[in-house]
Write a protein of this length. Sequence first.
Length: 500
Amino acid sequence: MPTSSFNLDNSYARALPGCYVAWPPAPVAAPRLLHFNHALADELGLGLDAAGADELAALFSGQALPEHVAPIAQAYAGHQFGNFSPQLGDGRALLLGEAIDRHGRRRDLAFKGSGRTPFSRNGDGKAAVGPMLREVLIGEAMHALGIPTTRALAVVATGEPVYREQTLPGAILTRVAASHIRVGTFEYFAAREDRERLKQLADYSIARHDAEFADAPDRHAHWLRAVAERQSALLARWMNVGFIHGVMNTDNMSIAGESIDFGPCAFMEAYHPATVFSSIDQHGRYAYANQPGIAQWNLARFAEAILPLLADDEDKAVEIATDILAGFGERYRRHWLQGVRTKLGLDPALTRSNDDDPRDRALAEDWLALLQAGNVDYTLAWRRMADAAEGRPEPLQALFADTPALQAWLARWQERCAAEAPLSGAQRAQAMRRVNPVIIPRNHRVEEALEAASARGDLGPFEALLAALRRPFDDDPQFARYAEPAPSGYTAGYRTFCGT
Ligand code: AMP
Ligand code: MG
């Protein structure tokens, strides 16, 4: 099999013996390429331009890895729904290694669904076509929305059955990530009181993601602050776009600050802060509005794990950690408000001087209250605000039953806009359409695409949806069906499943 120029480093394996197990992918019956992101492969400099579908299927199912690629299963622990599991790890995933992309960034390539590993516990190590294609759709949507995210490079059908509630076709995903270092990675070594490995892992993570303070004597405190800052920014982006991750366990929180592990995730339709879509989240722990608080809770677990690195004296270490974590809420709120301001058509450059103006916060909160009271589609409402900026409030009004309340709010908003900048309505609308998407991965469209692919082997709906998701800010009539909300009865009963 000619796999000549496919080359990966594995600095994680080299630097961190004892943090993983070297492990091969399982053999696969009949690998068949379902999806390959050629543009991403090119960005990663993988040298696969000439590779055909069969060669890519063999490669990205692990059947024809070049000799120097030695996959590993990474060790990690995690707080799952609040409870600590001291040993999780890559039970169905393998890190292949790292590519240095065209911008000089080191990026992980990892399989998901590549068979059992020493961390599999009772799992079969496999993944199904539907959930792996879901990772493609959500990752590409997030990327197109400008939100830091892991992405899918390839999905290969295995030709083997996977046994869940139903028998499903199996698949292997190749995921690209800034790294797969998680909060849970540190918890694993903290739980074992393995101070040496904890420190090695921390220094590896700092060198990889926060090299600017690698030599600072108090680098671990800087690092904790940087990790918290990335999470606060990421959570603000999720909240601004209406994304609900669904399983914000500490093993699903990346130190690099990317969105990762798209299992039972979904985007908000009609706005309600208590929205939960995940079938396994029975108590709503990971409901939409809880997400920033959960991120902070996860960061507290992270801080606990790395406490011995922050200072020799435990009280001092706790003081450092507490101080940094206490700033999370404020950082998050500022990121959130900056995001909301741009969504409202306000110019962040003009408002930065008054970073936390309570009037803007009230304007945004009152808007959300209107959406909630009227059961209004979150994405469409924001999008149509741009029409109102151009003097055409009708499309927006059509979403609301209570027009007087909307009118009153619009009057306040217009006054706020007028006070700020000498923009024409058209200019403001244009800026708003660059940040308020018209197309998000709507649940009924995602399910329709996954169902066609999984049950009938028809990738047409998946590819059409993917094309639309890649242009979230364009009003293109050919994508109109992807902009429409699901019927409300559909959303009320919608649940996504995990672990398939
Ligand atoms: P997740 O819910 O996908 O974030 O996974 C949580 C943990 O369960 C990780 O340690 C996974 O490797 C493991 N896991 C999930 N599904 C499987 C499976 N089918 N086989 C083996 N391990 C699994
Ligand atoms: Mg996970």
